[in-house]
Ligand binder design. Sequence first.
Ligand SMILES: [Ca+2]
Ligand SMILES: [Ca+2]
Ligand SMILES: [Ca+2]
Length: 227
Amino acid sequence: MQTTKRILSSNTVASIYKCAIITTAIFATALLAPLSPACAQTTDLFISEYVEGSSNNKALEIFNGTADEIELSDYHILRFSNGSTSSTTIALNAHTMEPGTVYVIVNEFADANLLAMAQQTSSELNFNGNDSLGLKRGSMVVDSFGRVGEDPGTAWTCPGGTTLNQTLRRLPAICNGDTVIDDEFNPCLEYEFFSVDTFDGLGDHFSDCASVSTGHDTWDEVKALYR
Ligand SMILES: [Ca+2]
Ligand SMILES: [Ca+2]
Ligand SMILES: [Ca+2]
């Protein structure tokens, strides 16, 4: 039986958002009603699970929490090994991600039961706890893991958590990726931790966040709908 451990307690489990009410002098409140309250929203792909397991059991799960289909081949993963600032690129396959779905990439030499979860395999998906990762759309960083340029030794750690020999699952309250690749990394702020070779969270992701249409993600675009 897998053992699970919640690192963060009631303050994160509650995931209560103070949703701001959209107000404006320009548009009638009635017209704006469908748009409010404006909760924390997901605007792009992010990493929803990181598997740093035994041997070659390495995997990443990417989540589309937006309201739109997203073409995955517009994105790629970068791996920065052992504190290096230069990276290895892992291209992502052509695949249309429907809203609310995930995509799982697995090291091609992983155990069969992990490979069975894969939508893509790569020999380059090989990290071992002290390696940073980036998820990019073109030149834009949409998420990152670890701290580029820092070799923490064996792993980034925090009370009850480590990036070595664990499965890390993004907390439901995390709505968007970490777009700063080289600042301090505290995995306990963003992930919950599961024992080594936990694979049963791959294939879906639970998020507390509202999805937002990436086609209408600026206020000017939203306003244009009501003209
Ligand atoms: Ca390494
Ligand atoms: Ca960061
Ligand atoms: Ca998952």
